[in-house]
Design a protein around this ligand. Sequence first.
Ligand code: 3EB
Length: 325
Amino acid sequence: MASAASLRLMALQLPAFSCADTVPAAPVLAVLRHGVEGDIPLPLLAGPALDIWQGAGDIRSGVVDGVRWVESNDSVFLQLTIADAEWAQDPAAATEAAYRKLEAARRACGASHWWRLWNYLGGIVEGEGDAERYRQFTLGRHRAWSATGQLEAPLPAATAIGCGRGLHVFALAGRSAAEAIENPRQVNAWRYPRAYGAQPPSFARASLVRAGDAGWLFVSGTASIVGHESRHVGDAAAQFAEARANLDAVVAAAAQRIGIDERCFTARNFKLYWSRLSDARQHAALADALHALAPTQVLHGAVCRRELAVEIEALYALEPGIADA
Ligand code: 3EB
């Protein structure tokens, strides 16, 4: 007879993901439009306009303290936008308040674990030294999560990319825990040295959510960083190659963690962020290489270190049996 725990595992249903150009008719966890006027507020240079997260059961939704939530079965999608007036005035305070609200909304939904967060920060590299908006964001997130106990939990995967105005946060959370995966080629972000800010960034290189044999591997925004240092400064194509090497290393680390062949992970989506439009145009062929593997959105959005030209995030499906086929 199956134990209560294994029954629980079998009953767990993960949300489904797809990319499209038209809004689906069925109720969904989230439809995210990429584009300056869209949810992901960045110029979309190539690729499908929409990300769609489809729940496995009945949909319920609401708003608490400005946080919009949509829930289905064991997962919830949350969104919060902070107006530019609040964000630009004091990015650390605005981020801390935003993350406390997100934390409360997640708990209210009964989702005990963060799976994946996306952050789009207006003017991400404005300000000097510790006053830089990204570092202030990092500080605010750290304060909120240290106050709520979240820093003791495994950190989720995340993206932090620059946009025009405001702070835009999107998140997936669930009833089941995600496993935090790190990259042996990189210093864990939460151990970055003091030179990068008063508190280190609170994210894992990837999070792996499993339900029975299936799963999602959410890979964080991944750049040309080895150890904790930016590499190939001034060479966007070499930065792209280094970012891809880091992506591959994260996937290999995830496979090793659970003792499977890395070919069991199938790419389902890439987002390629270029800090400068000129690099995006000059290196359009690099995006094609990703698009050959999975639907890829090419976006104009600044990476959080001025010297970094490019960042790649990825979503992989865990599909056991593929490697033996
Ligand atoms: C890096 O590796 C690049 O602060 O949430 C990538 C992904 C980066 C997420 C975050 C930052 C974040 O440090 C920057």
